[in-house]
Structures are given as C-alpha cells and as structure tokens.
Design a protein around this ligand. Structure first.
Ligand code: SF4
Length: 218
C-alpha cells in the first residue's frame, strides 16, 4: 500500500512531457462548456483500485474532459459509462456508475491503470511520451503482481509486450495468452465511444471479456 501511494504521488507530480503538460493544463483552464463550473484535475491520472487485485486493466490515456477533468481513470466520460456497468455485472465494481472521485466507487480484485497518464491531443500520445510514462506502468506491475492483465486496445497490448519483452503475439479481441511470467494476457477492444457506437464492441462482447478475466484469475 505504501509503495503504491508513493508511486501515485510521483505520477501526479510528473511533468516530463512538455507537449502533454501544456495540453492537459490548457484543457483544464479553458474547460468544456458543460463543465465550466467544475475544477478540472489537469494533472497526470494515477491508477486506482484494489492493491491486492488479481486483475489489472490497462487502458490508453486520460480523456481531455473525462479523467483529465475528474482525476480518476475512466471516470466522467463515455468510455467509463460503458466500462463500469460491465465491471459491476461481473462483480469487479460495487456500482455501475463512475462520475467523480467522491462517488463511492470501489473495485474488488481489480486495479485500473493506463499506458499514458496525461490527456493527449486527439487521444494520441506519441511514442516518446508513452516511453516516458512506461516506468510507472512497470512499477505498478511490480507492486500489484496481477495474475491477469487485460489490455484495452492495441496500444496497451503493445506496451505490455514491450515491458515484458515478449514478441510475436497478435492483438485481437478476446485473444488470450499465457506469458513467460506465468501471467495471463487478455485482449479487448477499447470501450471508446468510436468502438461502442459503431458496435465494433458490443456489451455482450465486453461482458464475455470480464467473465474470462474472472475465470483466468481464479
Ligand atoms: S505522460 Fe507520463 S511521463 Fe509524460 S508527463 Fe504525463 S505522467 Fe509524466
């Protein structure tokens, strides 16, 4: 717990990527009209959840008006509105809503983190920024030691392969791999609005991922 707390403090204080620092703070200053009365987080977003989790979820990066606003992964945007009902159904979350850091959401046996911690323009961190941020994900993996790593999207998948020095695996929705570390790697499409509104990712497909994550972790 102490290690995780110290790591999260280092994450929140990080200013290593000039482009992202400028963007996250500019978005937090200008704000979207719908949130004009809110104080945006505007800093790197740390992981959150159960420190004893057997399942670690790795996303892409904060949304400008989602977690860059609320300060918690997948909180306050369309991706979170798709993710948390599924996690609640599967028993990983105590409620289907994720609106703010004070909304009472608790994760059980799950830790949620990301490949990049700062909101990027167009939701696209560049390779140098992802490399800068990689150490934080490495440290989370060391501390949590999950049995199952669920990658939401190919960027998270590639980052995990890079960290674990694994080659030759292919990303596809539902693909499952046993890693040399004896951990399971499970792939899912990212629950972005683009994927869910086009039905590339349906709730049935997503539910099956969390059932599989549960099975692999026990
Ligand atoms: S993306 Fe990561 S490394 Fe870059 S400034 Fe944000 S927290 Fe630091």
């Amino acid at each position: 717990m102490a290690n995780l707390k110290a790591l999260n403090e280092r994450i929140v204080a990080c200013r290593k990527c000039p482009r992202l620092v400028k963007w996250r703070e500019e978005v937090a200053r200008v704000k979207r009209k719908a949130y004009k009365d809110e104080e945006y987080w505007g800093k790197p977003v740390p992981g959150f959840g159960d420190p004893q989790a057997r399942v670690m979820v790795v996303g892409l990066a904060p949304g400008a008006h989602g977690s860059n606003r609320t300060g918690r992964q997948f909180t306050g945007d369309a991706s979170g509105n798709f993710l948390f009902p599924a996690l609640h159904k599967a028993g990983f979350a105590n409620q289907p809503r994720s609106e703010s850091r004070g909304d009472g959401l608790l994760l059980k046996d799950m830790y949620i983190t990301a490949s990049g911690r700062c909101a990027p323009p167009d939701n696209k961190p560049n390779p140098e920024e992802l490399n800068n941020c990689q150490l934080f994900l490495e440290q989370e993996l060391d501390i949590i030691q999950p049995k199952v790593i669920v990658c939401l999207g190919k960027i998270a998948f590639d980052r995990i392969l890079k960290i674990l020095a694994v080659r030759g695996l292919t990303f596809s929705h539902g693909a499952t791999y046993k890693l040399p570390t004896d951990q399971w790697l499970l792939c899912s499409y990212h629950p972005s609005q683009q994927n869910t509104s086009t039905k590339k990712l349906t709730m049935e497909m997503f539910d099956a991922i969390w059932e599989k994550a549960r099975d692999l972790s026990t």
